[in-house]
Design a protein around this ligand. Structure first.
Ligand code: PLP
Length: 412
């Protein structure tokens, strides 16, 4: 394994990375709940503090905010999934993004970011970081490679994009973005939250991959967690006792949470494929009905071929699509009818759950964007984002969706 292997198979790699024996011979690992760790010789302690003895090299652990064995195992499994040398998990997806950007940028440095990203990431880059650290961001249409390159300045350290943008499902051309970034000695940071197993950004040259584990990877909408995957030296820098952003800002993952996430990894590929299969069937039928549907698996999607070229075999095009109902009132009405009359899914933010989750992005998870940024990103007031679940009978779900669209007058 190594970054950038063209024949990489995430399903095989993830399976090979699991060492499920617990300390008593259990088929699952034990949870290491200790916050602090002993040494046999007092001299070992200063060697760990100095970074000469590490979990990797000598199995030396110090303190759980630094490295915890259970969290470390999850990081190792996720690194195997994403074909990176190393990885570490943390308390949330936004902590993973914030820690990564702050580690790569110093005060006065600059980020070039896709203008269509999760609202929290947008607010972090547009508002919090300039105010608190002087790190500024230029937002660009990520599919316009000339605009991306033109935005790079001598102070640019990070090019940030989502593989598939939230919520507009624009596809990033990862190889082209990596080439641009590396021409200017900039790190390409990719948020792969929408596409675990489907796309492996490191294969196309991403330097750092971040995830909100809260979504598909955990899959049960019952905990908040994140991860940073990349080269071993970068992960080591995040945990540096003097300058590491994960170490010193402290968004530590609890080992019990790490265990929970790890237990959901064996069925992640099956879940991803089923989310995608169902979303694809619904979208093909929606398109035939003449509904304004956007799904990267449809040939009508402007970057359908681009995503096809980046997909791992057998994974499909993902579990998310959007419907544009034109107005906020009609979007809200559709979601109410689907939830309250047809039990099609839940009106809720987040995604990657076993049940369908639906939200009107402009008035929820993208509401941090000012109006002009919403317009530029193509997030209209009637846009409904659907994260399609994997429960129930697909034909029943289709009948409910088609009926709800008729009931709100979106189709004849
Ligand atoms: N990245 C994307 C694409 C997201 O959709 C989200 C959350 O909605 C995040 C990051 C932030 O993740 P978390 O809520 O785990 O902090």
């Amino acid at each position: 394994m190594g970054m950038g292997d063209a024949n990489f198979d995430p399903v095989r790699s993830l399976a090979a990375a699991r060492h499920p024996f617990g300390e008593h011979g259990g088929v699952n690992r034990s949870i290491e709940a200790s916050t602090t760790f002993t040494v046999l010789a007092a001299d070992t302690m200063p060697a760990i503090f100095a970074g000469h003895r590490t979990p990797d090299r000598d199995g030396c652990f110090l303190y759980t905010r630094h490295f915890n064995p259970t969290v470390y195992e999850l990081g190792r499994e996720l690194a195997a999934l994403e074909d990176t040398e190393s990885g570490y998990a943390c308390a949330s997806g936004i902590a993973a993004i914030a820690a990564t950007v702050l580690q790569l940028c110093d005060a006065g440095d600059h980020v070039v970011a896709s203008r269509a990203i999760y609202g929290g990431s947008h607010a972090l880059l547009r508002e919090l970081l300039p105010a608190k650290s002087g790190i500024t961001t230029t937002f660009v249409p990520i599919t316009d490679l000339a605009a991306v390159e033109a935005a790079i300045t001598p102070r640019t350290r990070v090019l940030f994009t989502e593989t598939l943008s939230n919520p507009t499902l624009e596809v990033a051309d990862l190889a082209a973005l990596a080439a641009i970034a590396h021409r200017h000695a900039v790190s390409l940071v990719v948020d792969n939250t929408f596409c675990p197993v489907m796309v492996t950004p490191s294969r196309f040259g991403a330097d750092v991959v971040v995830h909100s584990l809260t979504k598909f990877i955990n899959g049960a909408s019952d905990l908040v967690a994140g991860a940073v995957l990349g080269r071993a030296d970068f992960i080591g820098r995040l945990m540096d006792l003097h300058t590491g952003t994960l170490m010193l800002l402290g968004p530590t993952m609890d080992p019990r949470a790490a265990f929970e996430v790890s237990m959901r990894l064996p069925h992640l590929p099956l879940r991803m494929a089923e989310h995608a299969r169902r979303a694809h069937v619904l979208c093909e039928r929606l398109e035939l009905l003449g509904v304004a549907v956007r799904y990267p698996g449809l040939r009508s999607h402007p970057q359908h071929a681009l995503l096809r070229g980046q997909l791992n075999p057998g994974q499909g095009f993902g579990g998310l699509f959007t419907l544009d109902l034109g107005t906020r009132a009609r979007a809200h009405e559709l979601m109410e009818v689907l939830q309250n009359r047809h039990r099609f899914g839940f009106m809720a933010v987040s995604l990657g759950y076993a049940e369908t989750l639906m939200s009107a992005s402009a008035s929820s998870t993208s509401s941090e964007l000012p109006d002009e940024a919403l317009a530029a990103a193509g997030i209209g007031p009637g846009l409904v984002r659907m994260s399609i679940g994997i429960t129930g009978d697909l034909e029943d779900r289709w009948r409910a969706l088609a009926s709800a669209l008729r009931e709100v007058g979106a189709v004849p």
